[in-house]
Write a protein that binds this ligand. Structure first.
Ligand SMILES: Nc1nc2c(ncn2[C@@H]2O[C@H](COP(=O)(O)OP(=O)(O)OP(=O)(O)O)[C@@H](O)[C@H]2O)c(=O)[nH]1
Length: 864
């Protein structure tokens, strides 16, 4: 028979051990079981016994639950053998008189003060056959039990069993409830702290229980009791089939569900929840659903983000066009992508077997390790450097290395993440570009949008006076001496889209300002805009230009101060420059150059085209031909004098043309006003060849003309004649009115002579009142010539004999004078056979004297 363990009797708690003086027994009261106590009291009355009690457990030590006083208990427990027998017996035990029962020879009860002689016991069995204890009765007198009484004793034991069972059940229920409450409170606290709620669905009662946290997650007050349909309604319509399917599966098969689902709280907020649940079965029938509920919105979103980020990292790691490696803190490759394998020429397994130091160019290793050390010490968070590696073939690879360090949460270095960009090709190109740049004499430099120098020629650094290392760190603001700092960025942007050449100023490192000619244009490299700038130092040229300009201004000042008109012609004869005098001359030519207005002798006009035809009197030289011959270098210079008379002024000019020796062919035309000189020359000429009083030819001119006439006669075979004319009775006029009046008469004589002869004839005054008329080419016949000469001589004589009338102004008055003055005229022919002037004069003089002697006022022909 299976016995209950001591802990099964916890329902009688509190167990109150009663001191018996015998350590072998531990009787307890049944105070905690009033129903049992009452029932046992009823048994003592009904059976007429002194005591009725229940011995619980297996009796080691025996445990009593009975309304017994301490003395009785002490007696009962003093005979352990009987009780042990009773408690171990599986059937009823009836001892009519213990005093005489051979099984209990040493029974102490009977002799005890209270005296127990009768004893009976029967096992107390629970429903399922487990023995819970033994029902015992005892009386002080011997007695027997009949069959009916014995059977009743079993029924009493069954009743006691039910009482005990009830007490046990109640006690267990109470304990379960207490534990449930305690557990629930603990769960609620834990759930709230952990953010996990619990729930339970009683499928039989169709009720739902939600923990506090579950209520909170749903957004309803704690203690809220939802209906089934309401609970499902918290899920969005498209999600409901999922949870409903999970429940259906769980209730059908017992399969647990664990789902992450979108969820809508009471206030409409959308969250993500983790719903875990399972079904409980009773005799194969689902009776309950229990589970947990958790708001995992943050974690879910983080997981989603992490998933995306991890997938992105994996994708970018593998698909990256540049090399990526995870490198241990000692330099060993831990993970490498395909691009890195391609770059180094090793396969993944080979790379994972070596470290980066092995592949690093020895010249770059120290710097790299220095950075690594800084990273590990935490002095820097990341570093970048340009470095060289060797690939498997031993070829040098130029790469841009970028390294960061991954640390564990406690800060310990875990591994490096290295990104390696192969720019060997670009480096080679750069080297070639640099070589090209360095051969450029101009300062070539390439700027980024911020004006930082990205590439430059050696000449650029030299131009600015910086070392190459210094130049590589320059910004355009460091050397520009033209723009305001804030103007530079907009200017760079403009130049990137609108290439331009312009002059600006640079400041050298030593502060010296350079004049620079810039040629700038935008270039796009790898999708990034740069500004390509070519800078040419034009400081010297500028200084030269300034000198030239000063020289030009100086020359201009000089030329403008020169009174001569100066113009510069180009190869075609176009006027390219003039001085101030020329411009004034052009403005005020006043009809001198009739066909040339001021505009067409100004700069831009072709001087050869607008050059006027000069008067025939001035020169027989072809001026255009003269100028062209100088321009063409056919003659060293050309000059001519020409009159340029305006209505107001009689003017003469000297044109001098000299070649231009600079640049292309050309000429400098200088006009000088030579009127004064010309006038002086005329005066001198007149003095030399003319009679100043009458402006008739003097003797010298007469002789020249006469020579020409004689030559002409010889050439033509004609005769000429010379008339010598001496006034008669002139002296009295002088004597009476003075020489001035005499002069008037002489001038009047000159006029009368001039009108008496042809233009080709010459009238001369060769003495005080002595005149000569030379008549050329009279006739080929001597006779005819003689007659013609005589006619003319007569005409002259008659003209001169006319009365001379003058008005002489003297003081305020005017004196009319009338004077009669005739002329004696001697005529001599000169033949085409050759004549001697002296001879001609001699003969004409002789004839004139004959006229004088003949009484004057007559004409006498030379007899020779
Ligand atoms: N007014 C003036 N008188 C002059 C000039 N030259 C000479 N005579 C004068 O001319 C005069 C010439 O003298 P004559 O020929 O003897 O005078 P005449 O009265 O004509 O005498 P006959 O010839 O004999 O008739 C002199 O009295 C000179 O002084 C001159 O330029 N002007």
């Amino acid at each position: 028979m299976e016995k209950l363990a001591m802990e099964d009797f916890a329902f009688v708690s509190p167990l109150t051990p009663r001191s018996t003086g015998d350590p072998r027994v531990a009787p307890v009261d049944t105070v905690a079981l009033p129903e049992l106590q009452t029932f046992l009291e009823c048994v003592t009355i009904a059976y007429g016994v002194t005591a009725a009690w229940v011995a619980f457990s297996d009796g080691t030590p025996p445990c009593f639950a009975a309304p017994l006083d301490t003395a009785t208990v002490a007696v009962l427990t003093s005979d352990v053998a009987l009780l042990s027998h009773a408690c171990s017996s599986e059937s009823q035990l009836v001892v009519a008189d213990v005093t005489y029962d051979p099984r209990f020879p040493a029974a102490a009860w009977a002799t005890a003060s209270i005296g127990i002689r009768f004893f009976a016991s029967t096992p107390i069995l629970l429903e399922h056959g487990k023995r819970v204890g033994t029902l015992c009765v005892a009386a002080p007198l011997p007695r027997s039990l009949d069959a009916a009484e014995t059977g009743k004793l079993g029924a009493l034991a069954a009743t006691v069993a039910r009482i005990i069972e009830g007490a046990r059940t109640k006690h267990r229920d109470d304990a379960v409830q207490t534990e449930l409450h305690r557990t629930k409170a603990l769960l609620d606290r834990t759930g709230t702290m952990a953010g996990v709620g619990g729930w339970e669905v009683d499928l039989v009662a169709n009720t739902i229980f939600w923990s506090d946290e579950t209520c909170r997650i749903h957004g309803v007050p704690t203690g809220y009791l939802p209906k089934m349909s309401e609970a499902i309604g918290f899920y969005q319509p498209h999600v409901r089939p999922v949870i409903e399917g999970a429940i259906a599966l769980a209730t059908a098969t017992g399969e647990r569900w664990d789902l992450t689902l979108p969820f809508v709280q009471k206030n409409g907020t959308q969250i993500w929840v983790r719903a875990v649940g399972t079904a409980e079965f009773d005799v194969g029938k689902p009776v309950r659903l229990v589970g947990a509920f958790q708001d995992i919105t943050e974690r879910h979103l983080a997981e989603v983000a992490l998933t995306i980020s991890e997938s992105q990292f994996r994708a970018s790691f593998e698909a990256a066009s540049h090399g990526i490696a995870l490198v241990s803190t000692t330099g060993k490759f831990l993970k490498v992508n395909q691009s890195l394998c391609n770059m180094y020429g090793y396969n993944e397994a080979e790379l994972l077997d070596i470290d980066f130091q092995t592949l690093t160019h020895p010249d770059d290793l120290a710097l790299d390790l220095h950075h690594v050390d800084e990273l590990l010490r935490g002095a820097i968070d990341t570093y970048e450097m340009e470095k060289r590696y060797f690939n498997k073939d031993g070829r040098t690879i130029w790469a841009q290395l970028s390294v960061s360090l991954v640390r564990s949460p406690d800060g310990a270095p875990v591994h490096f993440v290295s990104q390696i960009q192969d720019f060997t090709e670009m480096k080679n190109l750069t080297v070639r570009l640099q070589t090209l740049l360095d051969t450029a004499s101009d300062g070539i430099h390439i700027l980024d949008r911020d004006g930082n120098v990205k590439q430059f020629s050696q000449s650029f650094a030299v131009l600015l006076g910086y070392t190459a290392e210094e130049a590589s760190r320059l910004n355009v603001r460091d050397w520009d001496a033209m723009f305001e700092r804030e103007e530079i960025s907009p200017e760079i942007c403009r130049l990137m889209t609108q290439p331009r050449a312009f002059e600006t100023q640079f400041r050298r490192k030593d502060g010296v300002i350079l004049h620079v000619e810039i040629n700038a244009k935008g270039v796009v490299l790898d999708g990034i805009e740069f500004l390509y700038v070519s800078a040419r130092d034009i400081t010297e040229r500028k200084q030269h230009e300034r000198s030239l300009e000063q020289g030009r201004l100086f020359t201009k000042d000089i030329l403008d101060s020169v009174p001569s008109e100066i113009a510069v012609l180009d190869q075609r004869g176009v006027i390219v420059a003039t001085n101030e005098a020329w411009r004034q001359f052009a403005l005020g030519n006043g009809g001198c150059i009739d066909s040339a207005s001021s505009s067409n002798v100004d700069v831009g006009a072709n001087y050869l085209a607008v050059l006027p035809d000069l008067p025939a009197e001035s020169t027989d030289v072809d001026i255009r031909e003269g100028i062209e011959s100088v321009i063409n270098g056919e003659r060293p210079s050309f000059s001519c004098e020409y009159p340029c008379h305006s209505p107001e002024k009689h003017r003469w000019f000297l044109m001098t043309v000299t070649p231009m020796h600079t640049g292309e062919h050309g000429a400098v035309v200088v006009h000088s006003d030579i009127t004064a000189r010309k006038d002086a020359e005329t005066l001198m000429y007149n003095y030399a060849f003319y009679d100043s009083l009458t402006m008739l030819a003097n003797r010298r001119l007469l002789q020249e003309r006469l020579n020409m006439m004689i030559a002409g006669n010889e050439r033509d075979g004609t005769y000429g004649a010379l008339l010598v004319i001496d006034l008669d009775n002139f002296k009295p006029l002088n004597d009476q009115y003075g020489h001035a009046v005499g002069d008037l008469l002489l001038q009047e004589v000159a006029k009368r002579l001039k009108v008496s002869v042809r233009q080709v004839d010459t009238v001369a005054r060769i003495g005080g009142d002595e005149f000569v008329v030379a008549l050329g080419a009279l006739n080929g016949s001597q006779v005819e010539a003689r007659r013609a000469a005589m006619v003319i001589a007569e005409k002259v004589r008659a003209g001169l004999s006319e009365k001379y009338n003058f008005t002489v102004h003297k003081g305020a008055g005017a004196l009319p004078i009338s004077h009669c003055c005739t002329a004696s005229i001697g005529v001599a022919l000169f033949s085409p056979q050759g004549s001697d002037q002296t001879e001609i004069f001699r003969r004409a003089d002789a004839a004139m004297y004959q006229a004088k002697h003949s009484g004057r006022d007559v004409v006498r022909f030379s007899a020779d």
